[in-house]
Write a protein that binds this ligand. Structure first.
Ligand SMILES: Nc1ncnc2c1ncn2[C@@H]1O[C@H](COP(=O)(O)OP(=O)(O)O)[C@@H](O)[C@H]1O
Ligand SMILES: Cc1ncc(C[n+]2csc(CCOP(=O)(O)OP(=O)(O)O)c2C)c(N)n1
Ligand SMILES: [Mg+2]
Ligand SMILES: [Mg+2]
Ligand SMILES: [Mg+2]
Length: 324
């Protein structure tokens, strides 16, 4: 299939977003927005770094690639609207696989009412999917990681460590309980977009999505907000069947596993009840896992309290790429 036939195939016949003026088919796309702030992010997924074609069907690769991007928009409290995809296609990738990657992305897009408005197609040696996402948020309402203050309640949505467990299961041929649940958490992460958007009435909330693991993301909030954080290890939410994994695996996956695409946040204690009702309305599991320490604690570290009750530093450690 040549480049032009391919572009014709992936082009949506109908667009959902009213802000769109021109989608695929010219030198660039055009959208118009005057009332809201525009939020944009990019994430690249590369074969054998972020996914493996041996372990995962093309449909999942596409779904997951867009989901990872939508997660960053959700983590800003914004509503996703548009995406652009630049793809490098190796000879080993069949037309069917390529179509399935786009089909996977279109499933994630319809879950969030998004339109594909552009991209680029290149032949190369390695399958690589670079996505740019665009979303909207009410003026000055973007939820920054720098917004945490001393005394805030620290919370996470969902359960932690599932995606890493799923990746482990996909790589192994042993029997595990609940294995399709865990594998799906890796292959088809469900993004907390609706929940994040409904945080609008809160006066203040710091948000970060958990792509690189709780330890990394918590440290990012601590550094950006100039606060130190305390997290209680025994309050970290996990799936019931998570106990089937070794202590070491559990510890590693829930703190450093990443790719759960849950939200980590901090809210003033006075708004905790309101946050709980928003979560309940959205069927979003919500757990308080700690708090932002008072100002006397001048470091900007994250402290983990385990059963020995002695706080230990939770280092900013997770998945890091060599070039960073
Ligand atoms: N190659 C790059 N060029 C420009 N900005 C970048 C690049 N890589 C990362 N960034 C920026 O650095 C910040 C952190 O990026 P990253 O760690 O990838 O965030 P996340 O984990 O939320 O995806 C973001 O503002 C991102 O836009
Ligand atoms: C084949 C394969 N190997 C390893 C992993 C695990 N992994 C890859 S990237 C990553 C962390 C997130 O990646 P990054 O590019 O930092 O995403 P970002 O934080 O920018 O959203 C993890 C845990 C995987 N998903 N697939
Ligand atoms: Mg990124
Ligand atoms: Mg992020
Ligand atoms: Mg990262």
């Amino acid at each position: 299939m040549d480049e032009f036939t391919f572009i014709d195939q992936i082009k949506q016949s109908l667009y959902k977003q009213p802000a769109l003026v021109k989608g695929i088919g010219d030198d660039a796309a055009v959208f118009r927005q005057s009332a809201q702030d525009i939020v944009t992010a990019a994430d690249t997924l590369v074969e054998d770094v972020h996914f493996s074609r041996a372990l995962m069907d093309a449909l999942y690769i596409g779904y997951r690639a867009l989901a990872a991007n939508i997660s960053d928009i959700a983590a800003m409290g914004a509503a996703p609207a548009f995406y652009l995809v630049s793809i490098v296609i190796p000879d080993s990738c069949s037309d069917e696989e390529l179509n399935d990657i786009y089909k996977g992305m279109s499933y994630a897009a319809s879950d969030h009412r998004m339109d594909l408005i552009g991209g680029d197609t290149v032949s190369g040696n390695e399958l690589s999917i670079a996505i740019t996402v665009i979303g909207f948020v009410n003026r000055k309402q973007a939820r920054l990681r720098s917004a945490a203050e001393p005394g805030d309640v620290l919370f996470v949505t969902g359960t932690l460590g599932d995606a890493a467990a799923g990746f482990h299961i996909l790589n192994s041929n042993k029997f595990y309980k609940d294995s399709s649940y865990y594998m799906d958490r890796h292959r088809m992460p469900q993004i907390r977009s609706a929940f994040a958007k409904q945080l609008e009435p809160l006066t203040r909330v710091a948000l970060n999505d958990i792509s690189d693991g709780l330890a990394n993301e918590a440290n990012e909030i601590a550094e950006a907000s100039h606060v130190s954080l305390t997290i209680y290890e025994n309050q970290l939410p996990v799936r019931d069947s998570f106990e089937q994994f070794s202590e070491e695996e559990q510890h590693k996956w829930k703190l450093y596993g990443g790719e759960d695409f849950e939200l980590l946040g901090a809210v003033p204690e006075s708004e905790w009840e309101q946050l709980k009702s928003i979560a309940a309305r959205n069927s979003t599991p919500l757990t308080a896992i700690g708090y932002a320490n008072n100002r006397e604690n001048k470091d900007h570290h994250v402290w983990l309290v385990d059963d020995s009750h002695t706080p230990k530093r939770l280092m900013k450690k997770g998945y890091t790429h060599r070039s960073r």
